[in-house]
Design a protein around this ligand. Structure first.
Ligand SMILES: Nc1ncnc2c1ncn2[C@@H]1O[C@H](COP(=O)(O)OP(=O)(O)OP(=O)(O)O)[C@@H](O)[C@H]1O
Ligand SMILES: [Mg+2]
Length: 236
């Protein structure tokens, strides 16, 4: 077991990802390279940079949707043990995803027969919260994100892009986690909704949750981030 990452929640060292396109005769496409940072409880790291620079790939590699080619992702678990998420068995990753690490994808995956309210309550029910309480907490979260009550019992299929994004954020942050990864959480939101989301992220930080989030707008980064990385391809 790795004994110390100096009290940080997360330490990423020399992380790199290359995609091998087997369907194209093994062509290599660079995702990103040489990513290094530390993140403590209650801190937010912002990733920014041009389209195609590798920001989403970094989040997906930390979440182990993608397997790193190089580097370490050292995560401090709630029992204080440290695990390298770049190399640990998949079964451990599934365990981490259940209670400790959350991911807010850029777009909501919509299940047509599930209402917005039930979709947001689901992560709580999954960890054993009683159904009534889970739905009540989901209601409060959706209200807080400015979703109109009349939409709660509908499938988000017909929601606007910004409404879907807010439902997605609600679902991603409602259950308690130690680390949450967010891919462009304010991308399709107007200023008012963005402000609400930024306030929610600040609340998560106050609760000691560590966050890694992709933003394009420097003003948003200035408002919520404790540190930032400008992800760019280094030409060689
Ligand atoms: N699954 C994949 N297979 C092959 N190449 C991929 C895959 N995922 C990402 N890439 C490549 O990795 C590079 C980085 O993509 P990524 O989606 O991480 O960029 P990004 O910084 O999030 O861009 P954007 O701001 O447009 O969302 C791109 O060149 C992309 O084509
Ligand atoms: Mg992206």
């Amino acid at each position: 077991m790795i004994s110390t990452i100096n009290g940080h929640r997360l330490e990423v060292r020399s992380l790199a990802k290359q995609f091998t396109l087997h369907s194209r005769g093994g062509i290599l496409v660079e995702g990103f390279r040489d990513i290094n940072f530390t993140l403590s409880n209650g801190q937010l790291l912002a990733l920014s940079g041009p389209s195609g620079a590798g920001k989403s790939s970094i989040l997906k590699t930390i979440y182990r949707t993608y397997l790193a080619n190089q580097g370490e992702i050292l995560f401090r678990r709630s029992d204080d043990s440290v695990i390298d998420m770049a190399s640990c068995p998949v079964s451990r990753i599934l365990d981490l995803r259940r209670r400790e690490i959350g991911f807010v994808t850029q777009f909501l995956k919509i299940l047509p027969r599930i209402s917005a309210l039930d979709g947001v309550a689901h992560p709580l029910i999954e960890i054993g919260v009683a159904e009534d309480e889970a739905r009540e907490r989901a209601r409060i979260m959706l209200q807080r994100l400015g979703i109109r009550e009349e939409l709660f019992d509908l499938s988000p299929l017909t929601f606007s892009g910004g409404e879907q994004q807010r439902v997605n954020i609600a679902r991603g942050i409602i259950a308690p986690k130690d680390l949450i990864l967010l891919d462009e959480p304010t991308a399709s939101l107007d200023e008012k909704s963005s402000d609400i989301v930024l306030e929610l992220l600040k609340n998560l930080k106050e609760r000691g949750i560590a966050l890694v989030a992709i933003f394009h707008d420097q003003r948003k980064i200035d408002r919520v981030a404790d540190k930032s990385i400008d992800v760019r391809r280094k030409e060689i």
